[in-house]
Design a binder for this molecule. Structure first.
Ligand SMILES: Cc1cc2nc3c(=O)[nH]c(=O)nc-3n(C[C@H](O)[C@H](O)[C@H](O)COP(=O)(O)OP(=O)(O)OC[C@H]3O[C@@H](n4cnc5c(N)ncnc54)[C@H](O)[C@@H]3O)c2cc1C
Length: 310
């Protein structure tokens, strides 16, 4: 891939405090440990930096994409011809808001805050509602876009508002104006993923901290019993179709342990693809196609990826 032109590099570098990483392999920023170089990887510290970088991107007609912890991403072997944005330390704050409604407490977190960190913080404060999220490894920004969930619960149920940055500026969106479906914030997708979630607010209820903590550790144990350990992956690869389990259909179709290059359908949990070492995005894509074909032949269901692609 061609390096970014020097005047554009210089302009971008001037806008942010943290050094820009040029030609930066995305394999270091995805839980799959897969992905070629991004022309630029920029970590922004506040909304002012973010808006300035978006202006520069716009003025120079560059492509961009925001990533969180890269735990739901497959990045191409060829890399990304443009700017990958990340939310830095300035987007990791958590605090209680004054606003109270019907006994519920509102907690605000920056878009770059870890979802499990937020869930843990709420547990320590004796607030219930985010226990399901304990153990989900992404950021809260990524979790809004994915409508992350587990054990029959999802973020959309406790979310009360988000703050987004677009090329037009900062905007707070109330939950009532947002439309979610299973593992998807639909409006975001419909608008070409051009909104960056810089903050979220969740509404939780006071509860006995010991009871909340106990529920979390039970769920964490369940997670650890069911998921593969030690090999890079991106969580569930496919969405569950309707009431069915993608993992069960993949297993039923005889795909557990199927391999392409370094990519393998996990023998522990069939909906997890694992990188057994040196897997390429092309291996994962080929494996995805083979599994989809086999499941369609055996069960008549076309599985839709949950993982996002860069
Ligand atoms: C071991 C493991 C277990 C997992 N378990 C679960 C689970 O139980 N439930 C579940 O739902 N998911 C699970 N996941 C998937 C993943 O953790 C979640 O989808 C998570 O919410 C993704 O957050 P992220 O910050 O890593 O997003 P990324 O993977 O970085 O990005 C995902 C998408 O969100 C976009 N995005 C990221 N940040 C922002 C932002 N601030 N603003 C706008 N767009 C943004 C990206 O462009 C991309 O399209 C698991 C993953 C792993 C590896």
């Amino acid at each position: 891939m061609k390096a970014m032109e020097r005047p554009i590099r210089e302009a971008l570098s001037r806008l942010v405090a943290k050094p820009v990483q040029w030609d930066c392999p995305l394999s270091g920023y995805t839980s799959f440990a897969i992905g070629g170089p991004a022309q630029a990887l920029i970590s922004v510290e506040d909304n002012r930096e973010l808006l300035a970088v978006l202006d520069c991107i716009n003025a120079n007609g560059l492509q961009w994409r925001i990533i969180g912890k890269g735990t739901n991403l497959l990045a191409a072997d060829a890399g990304f011809a443009g700017v990958i944005l990340m939310l830095g330390q300035g987007f990791k704050d958590i605090h209680r808001c004054d606003e109270r409604s019907g006994g519920a407490v509102t907690v605000a977190a920056g878009g770059g805050c870890g979802l499990t960190r937020l869930s843990g913080w709420c547990i320590d404060q004796g607030l219930s509602g985010l226990e399901f999220a304990y153990g989900i490894p992404g950021t809260v920004g990524g979790a809004v876009v994915m409508n992350a969930g587990a054990w029959g619960e999802e973020l959309a149920e406790v979310l009360s508002a988000v703050t987004v940055v677009t090329q037009q500026g900062l905007r707070r969106i109330q939950r009532q104006q947002m439309h979610f479906s299973y593992r998807c914030w639909r409006d975001h997708q419909d608008q070409g993923c051009a909104q960056i979630v810089v903050g979220i607010e969740v509404r939780l209820v006071p509860a006995d901290p010991d009871a909340v903590r106990k529920r979390c550790s039970e769920l964490l144990q369940k997670r650890s019993d069911r998921q593969p350990k030690g090999l890079p992956n991106a969580g569930s690869f496919f969405k569950n179709p309707g009431d069915n389990s993608a993992g069960r259909l993949i297993e039923k179709s005889g795909c557990k342990g199927m391999r392409v290059g370094g990519a393998m359908v996990s023998p522990v949990h069939a909906n997890f693809f694992v990188n057994t070492g040196g897997a390429k995005a092309a291996d994962v894509m080929e494996l995805m196609g083979r599994v989809q074909k086999k499941v369609q032949q055996e069960c008549g269901v076309l599985l839709e990826p949950e993982v996002h692609f860069i």
